[in-house]
Write a protein that binds this ligand. Structure first.
Ligand SMILES: Nc1ncnc2c1ncn2[C@@H]1O[C@H](COP(=O)(O)OP(=O)(O)O)[C@@H](O)[C@H]1O
Ligand SMILES: [Mg+2]
Length: 260
């Protein structure tokens, strides 16, 4: 049984609906999308689509009410990340797909196929990360260009804000937790490759959640170590700048790489 939440404990449309997508909703749900969404209903992942909460770089993100699937572990709501096929910054994706040995055969496929691969890749990356104990939303299901995952929210059921929009009480603890997540990902053979204050959500009690894993690559990718260095440098420079910490990103990078 899905646990039903009281009216008060529902994500509130008037506060969190992403206005930009509201206008284009008709365009988002084309025939193919409707057919794919049907699969999420059939598998008991969702029972109703609520409203869009964010417009990301390459996707529109919706909240849906949960279905009865056991994998949801009683969650009341689910996030649906719907990749845009037409307006995605498509060329930016290829370095993270072509040279990743898991997906090299996708080269030369249609735009839709590549976005599907991207979606499948994000699902797979979330699975690897979750298994390695990294704090990520639990991946539930993917189909075509749609990915369903755990809804990260606060006590009031508001979507957890990205790190960039939140002022931390304990930035040092958060920075350490993120470094630990990067270390666990690396131990599992994965590099996020777009780690930033936009792709980390702040949950209750300032718990970190790493999101947006489509571009994450395995260590065999020729640029994996360059991406790892870039991730660590970017996120620690953000903490040093915003919170006046003085963490030496270079030594953290060296520690993570040398530990193996
Ligand atoms: N699991 C989640 N729970 C709550 N909000 C989420 C979740 N996933 C994404 N979001 C929201 O959607 C936005 C875009 O998601 P993201 O995965 O970064 O997409 P994009 O690749 O399009 O940038 C995030 O900044 C966040 O506000
Ligand atoms: Mg993002």
């Amino acid at each position: 049984m899905v646990s039903r939440v009281s009216k008060k404990k529902r994500p509130r449309k008037e506060l969190y609906q992403e206005k930009e997508i509201e206008k284009t909703e008709g365009g988002v749900f084309n025939r193919g999308t409707m057919i794919r969404l049907g699969k999420f209903f059939n598998k008991g992942i969702i029972s109703k689509i609520d409203f869009p909460i964010a417009r990301g770089k390459e996707s529109d993100v919706f909240i849906a009410e949960a279905g009865s699937a056991e994998t949801l572990e009683g969650a009341s709501h689910v996030i649906l990340k719907m990749f845009r096929v037409t307006t995605t910054s498509f060329r930016n994706m290829s370095p993270y797909i072509d040279a990743d040995p898991r997906f090299a055969r996708q080269v030369g496929k249609s735009r839709e196929k590549i976005i599907e691969t991207w979606c499948k890749k994000e699902f797979g990356n979330l699975e690897i990360a979750a298994k390695a104990g990294v704090s990520v939303p639990k991946p539930y299901m993917y189909n075509g260009t749609i990915l369903a995952m755990e809804f990260i929210h606060d006590r009031k059921m508001a979507p957890a804000p990205p790190l960039v929009n939140y002022t931390l009480k304990n930035p040092e603890r958060m920075a350490k937790a993120i470094i630990e997540d990067v270390r666990k990902m690396y131990s599992a053979g994965l590099v996020h490759a777009d780690l930033s204050e936009y792709n980390i959500l702040v949950g209750d009690d300032e718990k970190e959640y790493i999101i947006d894993m489509g571009q994450a690559v395995v260590l065999k990718h020729p640029n994996a170590y360059e991406y790892l260095q870039r991730d660590i440098e970017h996120i620690l420079k953000f903490f040093n700048r915003k919170y006046s910490l003085s963490i030496d990103w270079q030594s953290i990078y060296n520690q993570i790489v040398q530990e193996e």
